[in-house]
Design a protein around this ligand. Structure first.
Ligand code: XIL
Length: 297
């Protein structure tokens, strides 16, 4: 097929992008979005600070713009993210202990319930592991509410939206390393104890290269009985096109790698300012990286 989404669909996968609600009036942007992609992730609009700016007052206007656009155009929606140590509203940042735990679980329940039936996969918890070389949990106010906060969030999300696939999502987990192994061990434990988890997201914010054991790492998670998804792909630096190709091929080689999401459309849309890590240039033209990704599909 001649587009990323249609080519991925021929392999039973989706090809998605992060979207900003404030760009849905940009004709070039929307033209590429609707032509190339069949899945979207809200780049910021479903985060805690956006959806619950004051405690118990939920605002979905911007997230709904993205969800409605996706549904009107036959695209999946990845929900991102219910709980994360970053981009929390100020009121939550000043909470701790049992008050924070119950506010967090209420947040999960409310947001997942509001979108029940409309989300393909939820990043229930984002970036909860540390980069300490030991595979430990990241120290955060949520972690200090008790090590069971992650499983409590997954159980609350399942109860609120039984049809959504529930994912754990993180970065620097692309190869087999201490951090990815810490997450792997959590999935083993969750599966053994019946904690509901359906997928693991690999953000894959890459520079210059991808670890040689990328595919093997995806496969070891898939072999536990969860789907794997590449959730925030962007690739800076030399060899960009070749690395895109390698990542796409790795996903296709893993039966349970169900989709790939790039973290923006044009280089000028990227959060990695000046690094030009995406598939389209600032004018919306296809880059060599686009051609490499399409040819790998
Ligand atoms: C980024 C957005 O792209 C930026 O617009 C925002 O200022 C900060 O967050 N990991 C994640 C994403 O899970 O939510 C982050 O998105 C990028 C890193």
């Amino acid at each position: 097929a001649s587009t990323l989404g249609a080519s991925a669909a021929e392999h039973g996968r989706y090809f998605g992008t992060a979207v900003g609600a404030n760009k849905l009036g940009d004709g070039t942007y929307v033209g590429i979005l609707n032509r190339e992609f069949n899945s979207v992730t809200a780049e910021n609009e479903m985060k805690w600070d956006a959806t619950e700016p004051s405690q118990g007052r939920f605002t979905y206007t911007n997230a709904d713009r993205i969800v409605n656009h996706a549904r009107a155009n036959g695209m999946n929606v990845r929900g991102h993210t219910l709980l994360w140590h970053s981009q929390q509203p100020g009121w939550a940042q000043s909470m701790s202990g049992s008050a924070l735990r119950s506010a967090a679980m209420n947040h999960v329940t409310q947001v997942a319930s509001y979108y029940r039936g409309r989300i393909h996969s939820w990043d229930v918890v984002n970036e909860a592991f540390a980069d300490d070389g030991r595979g430990s949990r990241r120290d955060s106010s949520l972690q200090r509410t008790g090590n069971d906060w992650i499983e409590a969030a997954f159980r609350a999300a399942r109860a609120a939206d039984p049809g959504a696939r529930l994912c754990y999502n993180d970065y620097n987990t692309d190869g087999i390393n201490a951090k990815s192994t810490g997450i792997y061990n959590m999935v083993v434990d969750f599966k053994a104890r019946g904690v509901p988890i359906d997928c693991v997201g690999f953000q894959s914010h890459l520079t210059n290269s991808v670890p040689g054991d990328y595919q093997a790492n995806l496969q070891r998670f898939a072999s536990l009985g969860v789907d794997v998804q590449i959730t925030e792909l962007d690739i800076a630096g030399a060899n960009q096109a070749a690395v895109y190709s390698t990542v796409v091929r790795a996903c296709l080689a893993v039966a349970r790698c169900t989709g790939i999401t790039v973290w923006g459309i044009r280089d000028t849309d990227s959060w990695r300012t000046g690094q030009n890590p995406l598939l389209f240039d600032g004018n919306g033209n296809k880059k060599p990286a686009y051609t490499a990704a399409l040819e790998a599909l």
